[in-house]
Design a protein around this ligand. Structure first.
Ligand code: GLP
Length: 241
């Protein structure tokens, strides 16, 4: 009985361990974006693991968006940033998963009375205070997105507590969203936005609105973002009912 339990748990652990090991290699940039991963057969021989285990680890990382596969050409470390839409992750987490260092430059961190538009989006009564963050988000020195977030001041009384990650600040108050509604729309970046993102005016961008909810249904963030269209892929897994 014990033996059978060991053999059943052995395989899943091996593929999860390998998946983590490959993720580490990518995060430490030991293999750069665009470079090829050793073949399934070479990996399984070198590591003494079955091909099934290696394939499972790789396909998990393809789903995460860290690896891409081209038929006949092999497996590569992904060049574009692929964001799985079914997982509620932060900008910081998406970038760190790719071995990149996220950074924010703020135009604004302030507290003020909610505007009529914000009160609708956040489901707040008029007169309530909100914290506002307006920033450009970078990976190293490369600007990737402009983001404007509004959070009820009852959750985040001082927006200066946000250094690089809003979600890390919200986590401290146990108020990280557990669910979000996200709307994506294609836009042409206006001159000022394009300048901030180091692309030419009129380049393609993705306009994203996210409303993040707490467990009890309260809206904890309303964020409008403009992502560079030349760098981001948003990928959704679809299932029949
Ligand atoms: C993404 C989302 C935003 C969210 C942000 C949090 O960019 N589109 O809605 O506010 O992540 O990221 P971070 O915790 O890095 O500030």
């Amino acid at each position: 009985r014990r033996l059978s339990r060991d053999t059943t748990t052995h395989q899943p652990l091996a593929y999860l361990r390998l998946r983590r090991a490959i993720r580490n290699v990518i995060q430490h940039r030991d293999i750069e974006p665009g470079q090829t991963l050793p073949s399934e057969r070479d990996l399984s021989q070198a590591l003494g693991l079955s091909r099934v285990t290696v394939r499972k680890a790789i396909s998990g990382l393809v789903e995460e968006g860290l690896l891409t596969q081209r038929h006949g050409a092999g497996t590569f470390v992904a060049e574009r940033i692929i964001k799985p839409m079914s997982r509620l992750t932060s900008f910081t987490e998406d970038l760190r998963a790719r071995g990149l260092h996220p950074r924010s430059e703020f135009f604004e961190r302030s507290v003020g009375e909610v505007t009529p538009e914000e009160s609708m989006a956040l489901n707040l009564s008029p007169g309530v205070l909100v914290a506002r963050l307006h920033r450009v988000r970078y990976a190293e020195d490369e600007p990737l997105a402009i983001e404007r977030s509004v959070v009820p001041a009852s959750v985040l009384p001082d927006p200066h507590e946000v250094h690089d990650s809003l979600y890390e600040a919200l986590e401290k108050y146990n108020c990280r969203p557990v669910r979000a509604l996200q709307r994506l729309r294609a836009v042409l970046l206006a001159a000022r936005q394009a300048r901030l993102l180091h692309v030419s005016a009129g380049s393609a961008g993705l306009h994203i609105e996210r409303r993040g909810f707490l467990d009890d249904g309260r809206v904890v963030e309303f964020t409008t973002s403009w992502y560079r269209g030349d760098i981001y892929d948003f990928v959704a897994e679809l299932q029949t009912d």
